[in-house]
Design a protein around this ligand. Structure first.
Ligand code: CP3
Length: 355
């Protein structure tokens, strides 16, 4: 079925447009494959760059961001590139200090804790504050030279609120939740500011060459179904509505499988799922049209290669060979050997579904 027709035609110049055709609902010769967080972390060439440049230097220097983006294309053979950047460039552009501590993760020394803290942040001019991302997209597009499509991305407003309020990573983000539950008016004002910034940001990513945009709601699964609707999905809905006629869109809300029906109703072309739901149940909940992306357990890439091959084959069979983008159910882990990542990708590429 071709549910979505009003999408860009840039695929005409691409040598490999499998993922674009899949997202448009077309039948393809095989399942496309990429891996969340494929740029960085586990790649030796990335780890070498880490010794020379700080994290935000790597993000803010288009030549470095482009080089890192291309590494998994050249070295692992994925069917799409995702621009090297981070979801935390948005809180930074809105005026919060964001640090990335080696081995510890994100740290925001002056987080948002009350309504008056919103006076310290603003909705930025994205050209002015995030121009380096658009430069990196343009340079990457040029260097890719049509080999594979390019994915842009942003964090979902709820996941960004988590870091902007909690000030650091957390398993539960209870300070962020407490902010939402005790100061709902301020929380919704913040979520709307993030949403407005994100829409402007993703529109510029599309102008700079992103063929697909993915929204990462890494912490969506921390909320009850009702709170997910109220605090997260209603803002994701605004973002998808603003983008879906201009670009192919994927929404990945980790752990929020209970809301697949609502996520499909946003009109997003693709929905990411993690490994805690079967492909059959996800399909039943999301309906017949939307493309599903996932859902290999990233830790399983630590298993021996023959186990990876067997389990990936089982996953592909369970998705049924159509309307599926093969991916992990969350980001690749830093300790995955590169040949295991390659085994994942090659198993998908060699698989042919028997109808
Ligand atoms: O997919 C890609 O490879 C593109 C680049 C990318 C990064 N971060 C680079 C990065 C993407 C898409 C992200 C998204 C991101 N960033 C998310 C959503 C996806 C997810 O995994 O849940 C989140 C929650 C963040 C916030 C963030 N940035 C954290 C928690 C950390 C530290 C720990 C970690 O995840 O590695 C970062 C730093 C970061 N962003 C690194 C990379 C390669 C690691 C820094 C380093 O090793 O140099």
């Amino acid at each position: 079925s071709t549910q979505h027709t009003a999408t860009p035609t840039s695929s005409t110049t691409l040598q490999n447009d499998l993922i674009l055709r899949t997202l448009r609902g077309e039948q393809t010769e095989r399942t496309p494959v990429w891996m969340m967080r494929q740029a960085g972390r586990y790649l030796p060439d990335y780890i070498k760059l880490r010794e020379k440049y700080s994290f935000f230097e790597r993000c803010e220097t288009p030549e470095l961001a482009t080089a890192i983006t291309l590494q998994p294309i050249d070295q692992v053979g994925v069917d799409a590139a995702i621009i090297f950047s981070d979801i935390l460039v948005i809180p930074k552009a809105m005026g919060l200090e964001v640090q990335l501590l080696e081995g510890k993760g994100p740290f925001l020394p002056e987080p948002i804790r009350q309504a008056s803290d919103l006076n310290r942040i603003h909705i930025p001019d994205v050209q002015e504050s995030l121009g380096y991302v658009f430069d990196a997209l343009r340079l990457t597009k040029k260097e890719l030279n049509g080999r594979v499509p390019l994915i842009g991305f942003a964090g979902a407003p709820w996941t960004l609120l988590c870091y902007m309020v909690q000030g650091k990573g957390s398993k539960t983000f209870d300070d962020a939740k407490a902010f939402c539950y005790t100061q709902p008016e301020a929380a919704h004002r913040l979520l709307q500011m993030i949403t407005d910034t994100t829409i402007a940001y993703l529109k510029e990513q599309v102008k700079a060459g992103a063929d697909i945009v993915q929204i990462f709601d890494s912490w969506g699964g921390l909320l009850s179904p009702a709170d997910f609707e109220n605090i997260s999905l209603r803002y994701i809905r605004q973002i998808v509505a603003a983008l879906k006629d201009e670009v192919l869109t994927i929404v990945f809300a980790k752990g929020a499988w209970h809301s697949l029906e609502g996520m499909a109703a946003t009109g997003a072309h693709g929905l990411g799922i993690d490994w805690c739901i079967t492909p059959a149940l996800a399909r039943q909940m999301a309906g017949p049209k939307v493309v599903l992306q996932g859902n290999f357990d990233p830790a399983k890439l630590l298993a021996p290669i023959p186990v990876i091959e067997q389990e990936v084959t089982q996953m592909l069979a369970a998705f049924g060979g159509h309307g599926h983008i093969a991916n992990l159910g969350h980001g690749i882990l830093p300790n995955v050997p590169v040949d295991h990542a390659r085994a994942f990708v090659n198993t998908v590429k060699n698989y042919r579904h028997k109808a």
